[in-house]
Design a protein around this ligand. Structure first.
Ligand code: COA
Length: 499
């Protein structure tokens, strides 16, 4: 492990996680590596949680990351009451509870904004960065592990740095990252990537070695999560999306290699991609945020030839697949800083096909990706907005019902808006596809009701829309305001949206 520290002088900084966590003081801002349960620090956060639990000292921190983190940080710190404020994304059950009962302040942000806020001075500087690394170079630069995320910006901003050298992350990851830093306006220039596979930066993150205050060794593996088995509904959604894309090819609007694919997170997103394995598309490329199992499988079967992302986020099965074939993946995957992987400039320039999942959508195409019944946060907007607003094709998909058919995921008015009707081009459920391009709000509503609403809710929805048109005298976006959110309140009162 000592050979992973290629600068002799820095070896003097090796210490135990318990020693290292003394650097973190109450009230500080901590920025960590990691993006999803991938590439995040583990032993130092666990040591801090243990110490705080035992000593009962007051420790309230602001925690920045690239996206969600594994249970050793988000879970353990939420349990120990360490997190006062969290940004820009989370998926941990305990942390979600703490946010939804007001114990933790949460900033749910467009992920591409997070490092930008920091670099522009809109967020307080990072006091301590804790970064998981494969190695430290002779010059003190950091070779990241399975996620790049916001680590470059945190290392730049941090007053002090703790490096966790991981023995579990394979040394073969070295060379997969491509680090390119953006200047702040007015010095910012265009990003010189012309295709997803282009490399434009360095394989290490530049780091001021004098700021490295501690180096610890970690033998903990990324706490990757299982994906739910692909169900018939997910399969039908996937089939509908693929059928839509095939039609676009037949119409000459796309070639058989499509355009760079971006795929969201979660079970549905993974299932959608898995369906591409049996499609006729070939030589696909990805310009996306995270690589889940299906992308890795599509690479192995030759469907996807290059993938740009900021993190590899597989299930335990996917992790094994990745590790067993790491040499195969090495020149096909490029891990970039979040600011580059999720750059709106890149999504627009490359003409990305953005496929993200909604919690609910309304008849006009507004999308709620983040809130349950309008008030309780689920995860966050993540990178969906970075891509949705700027893609060549913006597709949102959801199962037409939730909670055993008690909830219609297509509602008259969404209870929270993450993506507006102006962004949503294609809405897909297992029932069918609504192509909303070129349609006015009333035309959109008719297409969504016809193609996406579950049969159990179709008549109820038609009735709402017809009455809204009548009451509203066919105004631009017909609604009966006092009724528009009644489907949600009905569910909260009676346990079903059915009238
Ligand atoms: N009303 C209430 N609850 C709903 C719902 C609705 N209309 N639709 C889904 N849910 C609930 C499900 O019941 C499930 O709850 P549970 O955890 O208690 O079982 C939960 O939401 C997740 O739903 P699931 O169907 O398993 O979807 P998923 O794993 O594919 O995740 C999102 C869907 C929207 C939560 C997830 O994709 C997400 O967080 N997206 C936002 C971030 C994003 O898009 N990132 C991508 C950027 S690259």
């Amino acid at each position: 492990m000592q050979s992973r520290i290629r600068n002799e002088k820095l070896k003097e900084k090796i210490m135990s996680p318990m020693e290292a966590c003394k650097i973190i003081k109450n009230g500080m801002v901590v920025g960590t590596s990691g993006f999803t349960p991938s590439g995040y620090p583990k032993v130092v956060p666990l040591a801090l949680a243990e110490r705080v639990k035992e000593s009962k000292e007051i420790m309230k921190l602001t925690l920045y990351s690239g996206a969600s983190l594994g249970p050793e940080v988000d879970g353990a710190w939420a349990e120990a009451g360490i997190i006062a404020k969290r940004l820009p994304y989370q998926t941990n059950k305990k942390l979600r509870q703490e946010i939804n009962c007001g114990k933790v302040e949460y900033l749910d942000m467009h992920l591409s904004h997070s490092s930008q806020y920091l670099n522009y001075g809109a967020l307080p500087r990072v006091d301590v960065a804790i970064i998981e690394a494969i190695a430290i170079t002779e010059d003190g630069n950091i070779i990241p592990t399975s996620a790049v995320g916001n680590s470059p910006s945190f290392l730049k901003s941090a007053k002090k740095i703790i490096v966790e050298i991981s023995s579990k992350q394979p040394i073969e990851l070295e060379g997969m990252s491509d680090i390119y830093m953006l200047e702040n306006p007015p010095r910012r220039t265009h990003i010189p990537i012309e295709a997803p596979g282009d490399r434009i930066g360095t394989p290490y993150i530049v780091c001021d070695k004098d700021k490295i205050a501690a180096i610890v060794f970690s033998d903990l593996e990324d706490h990757v999560r299982d994906l739910a088995p692909i169900c018939d509904t997910d399969r039908a959604i996937s089939k509908n999306i693929i059928g839509f894309l095939e039609k676009e090819v037949a119409l000459g609007r796309l070639t058989n290699s499509l355009l760079p694919l971006q795929s969201g997170v979660g079970n549905v997103a993974n299932a959608v991609l898995a369906g591409l394995c049996d499609s006729n598309f070939e030589n696909l490329v990805c310009y996306t945020e995270v690589l889940q199992d299906a992308m890795l499988e599509l690479m192995l079967c030759g469907k996807i030839i290059k993938a740009s992302a900021c993190s590899i986020s597989p299930s335990p099965k996917g992790l094994k697949l990745f590790r067993d074939n790491i040499e195969f993946f090495k020149d096909k995957i490029i891990l970039r800083p979040l600011e580059i992987s999720n750059s709106p400039e890149m999504a627009r320039k490359l003409g990305v096909i953005a496929m993200n999942t909604a919690i609910e959508a309304d008849i006009y195409g507004n999308i709620n990706s983040t809130h349950i019944m309008g008030t309780k946060i689920m995860n966050g907007i993540g990178g969906s907005g970075d891509f949705a607003r700027n893609a060549y094709l913006t597709i949102f998909s959801t199962s037409s019902t939730a909670k055993n058919g008690k909830i219609s995921s297509i509602v008259p008015m969404v209870s929270h808006v993450d993506h507006t009707e102006h962004d949503t081009m294609i809405l897909v459920t297992e029932q069918g596809v609504a192509d909303l391009r070129g349609l006015s709000p009333k035309e959109k509503a008719r297409v969504v009701i016809e193609n996406c609403v579950h049969p159990d809710f179709k008549e109820q929805m038609k009735d709402y829309f017809d009455r809204a048109c009548e009451v509203c005298h066919n105004c631009h976006t017909p609604h009966i305001l006092e009724e528009a959110l009644s489907w949600h309140s009905n569910f909260l009162e009676t346990g079903t949206m059915k009238k």
